[in-house]
Design a protein around this ligand. Sequence first.
Ligand SMILES: Cc1cc2nc3c(=O)[nH]c(=O)nc-3n(C[C@H](O)[C@H](O)[C@H](O)COP(=O)(O)OP(=O)(O)OC[C@H]3O[C@@H](n4cnc5c(N)ncnc54)[C@H](O)[C@@H]3O)c2cc1C
Length: 418
Amino acid sequence: MSRSVAVVGAGLAGVATAYELAAQGLRVHVFERGGSVAEQASFASNAVLSPCVPHLDDTTSPAPLSWRWRRWRAGRRGGDAASALAALSQFSLARTAELRRVLGLEDESAEGLLVALVDARRMAAAQARLDGWKALGLQAELIDAEAARLREPGLNTEAPLVGALVFAGGGAGNARLFAQQLRQQAQRLGAGFRFHSTVRAIAADGAGLTLRHEYTPPAEAPTRTAGADRDAGDTHPQVPGPQDERFDAIVLCNGLDAATLLDPRLPLAALHEASVTAPLRMLEAHPDLGPGAAWVDPSRGLSIARIGHRVRVSGGTTVTQARTRVTPDFEALHRGLQHWFPGSVLHQQVQQGQSRRAMPADGLPIMGASGRPGLWLNLSTGDGGWGLACGAAHVLAQQIAAQAPALDIGPLGPQRLA
Ligand SMILES: Cc1cc2nc3c(=O)[nH]c(=O)nc-3n(C[C@H](O)[C@H](O)[C@H](O)COP(=O)(O)OP(=O)(O)OC[C@H]3O[C@@H](n4cnc5c(N)ncnc54)[C@H](O)[C@@H]3O)c2cc1C
């Protein structure tokens, strides 16, 4: 009989991991606290599919002192991790494109990723970094403001712009739609999804791993409107009270909450980010209102992406202790959108979102063997979680199935944080 693997969390990381494990012929069981896939960070995701570019922030915006210190320290210890991440992110973009094509996934995707360079200092710094990025295999190109405006004709002509960085393979899409469709493909391969199931603890003995989970239904039955948007029912009947089940392997894909299931706990802070989504204004006289794909402005700390007939802006990242709450500044996101794409959305129908992700001291994702036999981690941390999801899942599934992995992601393992 094939080995059984539990996946904890059904965000993009968990769904992609479930699909790749099932594709390896393993028996997969996904446990998700919420009522649907992609309800947390993956719901708020700004839809930008981007390679991970080391030092992009240093180049383009004056980062706060605490961040510069963290990056300096990570840079001293983690050059290998940054290279592994750059390679994984490119592999992952290619895997995402392959899954879209082979499985026929339709997630409102749009090709193109531009990073704004708003003054001469940032342009010069990007120029100085270009060869280093190319040495990492990143296909990066510098273009002037005129060329950037040709690629994104909806850009405000009054907004100061010196040029832009173009990264090949980048673009935008609807992360939630992608996760919902990939879940169906995983189920087609035999993966089971248990919603409203919270994993409380994981225990190991010589023979394998025991996972304690508990059915945690929502406090109120979903209303018709709220329920319409949810995935069809659970694929397993649920029993009240804590249940223990044994698995050959477990993959934690539950972001910041993974810390509570690990002993010793991982030292993780919380990275908060907010988003606003609004319908694009459709005017025949101005067909190019709004972004065509993904536009990133590190000087304002925001990303703007086209998702079908909507525009999503995200930003305002704040790092706090794991349990601290923050009040998002949604107005700053509206101002940023107005600055770059004025009048492009209908402000009456705006959706606001806020979510948090895990943030280790070096800001890099935590992926690979946990150090406890059979327990694996797939915790994306910074901004590129969607971009990384499919590649990381593919490599981890190969490792769990005892296949030769397509890439060495060893430097991204949790041991570096010890
Ligand atoms: C505002 C915002 C904008 C972003 N923009 C981008 C972007 O433009 N591009 C990009 O690549 N990335 C972006 N990201 C990051 C990206 O969305 C995430 O990294 C990505 O979605 C991966 O999410 P995940 O699956 O790791 O986590 P999540 O989507 O948060 O999923 C974790 C799941 O685990 C479940 N869970 C937690 N604990 C338990 C438990 N004990 N038992 C059972 N289930 C549990 C949760 O309910 C949740 O569904 C953005 C994130 C945010 C918040």
